[in-house]
Write a protein that binds this ligand. Structure first.
Ligand SMILES: *Cc1c(COP(=O)(O)O)cnc(C)c1O
Length: 380
């Protein structure tokens, strides 16, 4: 299977099923000799928050031009030894993923559509000239890591074990070219409910000046550089009381792109739904893809389109637009309650569709609802 380089190829690659088993043991386990005690784990799981605590192990593999990917292993979690000339520190050559492992009521452990993330890691890697990691290796790393650290998978409503696979250029060389050595690592971090107090609509600042990505750039790739570009406007917006920043297209600054790390949807009064089409500046979200499939299955008209900010704002003012929401793996679905820009501020009081989609998607992930598309992948 070749590396997907368009969103259509990515979508197709995601439907290739991962092998049901036989993946076990592909990453050789070197056990942590000082694992956390049950008591330490229960303390963490009592209030994990997000991205703060890490499990006993991490998955790891190395790529060199001579050997390709080798040394696949599950090793104790701990600091890396990286040459200060390591290319990632200078030129940002890295890509990452984000997905979750869920514990169902019967104790079984599951991933959600891991082949999408595996294919997308290569889709992103293609843009940054990073070597392909076989999707089977990607899935095996998650299966082997979560099985090893299963004690750390929380099981309460909205909780999960967040998995962070990433690849970075490790070669010690300051010349500017694609590096000749890479590390693949997967971290696992228990995650609490994103909105412990229930569904909370967010305030969004529409950024007029700064962009996270531009035409021909790497906006469609999941790479740290895009996040770096989003931080300054985010700092300014947070200081002014906003939760998130909505970026506009860099070419004209008139159309919706996406939030710093979430895709965006508009729900119209006639019941139809639209999301910005994947222009190359917008990251092809797994949650975005799943929401479109679930809505279409329910008979809702879903358009991927150019969404002019002006039309969306006037639609909210004249009642043509009923709701807006953002989506991504971490928060699943987040209702937008207020949209503010340089010369407008509009309220969105209704969140019926956002709430329904949230419940449907989290129901599938938690095993309490039917999984009509076969997205769940059992790992233990
Ligand atoms: C990860 C990410 C998303 C959401 O993608 P999911 O696959 O749904 O988690 C959206 N936008 C950006 C910029 C992202 O990095």
């Amino acid at each position: 299977m070749s590396v997907p380089s368009t969103p259509e190829e990515l979508e197709a690659a995601a439907t290739t099923p991962a092998p049901a088993d036989g993946l076990a043991g592909r990453f050789v386990v070197h056990p942590n000799e000082h694992p956390a005690t049950e008591e330490e784990i229960s303390q963490v799981l009592a209030g994990p928050g997000f991205g703060r605590y890490f499990t006993d192990h991490m998955a790891r593999a190395t790529w060199t031009a001579e050997e390709g990917w080798h040394n696949h292993a599950i090793v104790p979690y701990g600091p890396l030894s990286l040459d200060p000339a390591g290319a990632v520190l200078h030129y940002g050559q890295e890509v990452f993923e984000g997905l979750k492992a869920y514990r169902h009521a019967d104790g079984s452990l599951w991933l959600f559509r891991p082949t999408y993330n595996g294919a997308r890691l290569n889709f992103s890697g293609h843009r940054l000239a990073i070597p392909e990691l076989p999707v089977d290796d990607f899935v095996a790393s998650l299966v082997n890591l979560v099985r090893q650290d299963r004690r750390w998978v929380p099981g309460a409503e909205g909780e999960s074990l967040y998995l962070r696979p990433f690849i970075f250029a490790s070669e010690a060389f300051l010349g500017v070219r694609a590096a000749a050595a890479y590390e693949y690592i997967v971290l696992a971090s228990p995650a609490g409910a994103y909105f412990p107090n229930g569904f909370q609509p967010i305030k969004v600042w529409v950024e007029p000046d700064y962009h996270r990505a531009g035409p021909g750039g790497m906006g469609a790739a999941k790479t740290g550089g895009n996040y770096a570009a989003s931080l300054l406007p985010k700092v300014t917006a947070s200081a002014a009381g906003y939760d998130e920043v909505l970026f506009l297209d860099a070419a004209t600054a008139t159309n919706l792109d996406e939030l710093g790390g979430m895709n965006v949807f508009v729900v119209y009064a006639d019941g139809s739904v639209a999301t910005p089409k994947l222009t190359g500046n917008i990251l092809p979200g797994n949650t975005r893809s799943c929401i479109m499939q679930l809505l279409r299955r329910a008979g809702v008209e879903v358009r991927e389109d150019t969404l002019a900010l002006r039309d969306v704002v006037s639609g909210i003012q004249d009642g043509n637009v009923a709701e807006m929401f953002a989506c991504g793996t971490a928060a699943v679905v987040t209702a937008i309650g207020q949209l503010t820009g340089e010369d407008f501020s509009v309220e969105l009081p209704t969140h019926t569709v956002a709430q329904r989609i949230y419940e449907e998607l989290t129901g599938i992930q938690n095993g309490t609802r039917e999984d009509p598309f076969g997205w769940m992948y059992r790992i233990a």
